[in-house]
Design a protein around this ligand. Structure first.
Ligand code: FAD
Ligand code: FES
Length: 277
């Protein structure tokens, strides 16, 4: 019988230190068993529970796109017990993955539309998955505009990938840092201000937003000014979770379990929820 609580074993194939403070690392994982790899069918926006035997289990957004091959990418911020254990692991070590979990970005609805991605900090991970997916299926989407901010140039994720995207003419990439920095000749300013400056059109468009609460608080009114409606603003929530499959009730907000009904919600759906999220 398929027990949804049993993690599948994966091996760490590569560890990439992303940021200058060394607190954000991307883990490239491959399944030990081909059968597990074949059933792990995911869509951008979903997450998985990562586990280390005897240490614990944590929900982490999937940063890779299913279009990129058989490996999975997770970019992990070192904040506490389990994430610190993960950061101390090495290439070749084995850990567990349970998933894919949660409601993804509504790809069918986004097809044929212009897509605006707005993100700050390490929340960019699941949006990286979405961008990679759209670029691999480029003719299925309209204009792609990305606004991505970090505190400093050294805190930007996926630096090589950003350079690649910057060189393409089928994606408008706007990378910004909070203040002037030596060697940085890109945009300077907070994500909401840069969103106002770039002013992406809301015509036939959806905005996918993920970032720290303060960024979301100030970005949302800018998107509204630009003409995006609560139905066309799509966000991703990060609640405390345990089971990840709608059973334990840990992530409950109003009528929703964030793990199962989300983590992706439209702003219209979030507006209906109690403000505890
Ligand atoms: C759907 C989803 C996707 C996520 N994606 C990512 C990701 O891509 N990269 C990433 O680095 N983190 C992500 N997180 C957050 C990640 O789950 C927590 O940082 C992690 O659980 C902390 O575990 P810990 O044992 O190291 O920390 P703990 O020792 O348990 O806690 C340390 C700190 O982390 C905070 N924390 C603990 N659990 C959570 C949680 N579930 N959500 C938010 N904060 C928490 C605590 O408030 C505390 O400040 C995601 C969370 C969710 C729910
Ligand atoms: S984490 Fe258990 S119900 Fe969502």
């Amino acid at each position: 019988m398929n027990n949804p609580y049993i993690p599948k074993p994966v091996r760490i194939e590569e560890i990439i230190t992303e940021t200058e403070d060394r607190n954000l690392k991307t883990f490239k994982l491959v399944f030990l068993n081909q059968a597990d790899e074949q059933v792990f069918r995911y869509t951008p926006g979903q997450f998985a529970e990562l586990s280390i035997a005897g240490k614990g289990e944590i929900p982490i957004g999937i940063a890779s796109s299913p279009t990129e091959g058989k490996h999975l990418l997770f970019t992990i911020n070192k904040v506490g017990v389990v994430t610190t254990h993960l950061h101390n692991m090495s290439v070749g070590d084995v850990m567990g993955v349970r998933g894919p979990l949660g409601r993804p970005y509504p790809i069918d609805e986004l097809e044929g539309k212009n897509v605006v991605i707005v993100s700050g900090g390490f929340a960019f991970t699941t949006l990286r998955s979405m961008i990679a997916y759209m670029l691999e299926n480029r003719d299925r989407f309209g204009n792609i505009t990305v606004i991505y901010g970090a505190r400093t140039p050294g805190m930007l994720l996926y630096k090589d990938q950003l350079k690649e995207w910057q060189d393409r003419d089928d994606i408008a990439l706007n990378v910004t840092v909070d203040k002037e920095a030596e060697g940085w000749d890109g945009k300077v300013g907070f994500v909401p201000a840069v969103t106002r400056e770039v002013a992406p059109s809301a015509d036939n468009a959806y905005a996918l937003v993920c970032g720290p609460p303060i960024m979301i608080k100030f970005t949302q009114p800018v998107l509204t000014e630009l003409g995006f409606t609560p139905e066309t603003i799509i966000m991703s929530l990060e609640n405390r979770m345990k089971c990840g499959i709608g059973i334990c009730g840990r992530c409950n907000v109003g009528p929703y379990y964030v793990c199962k009904d989300g983590p992706v919600f439209t702003l219209a759906e979030l507006n209906e929820m109690p403000k505890e999220y």
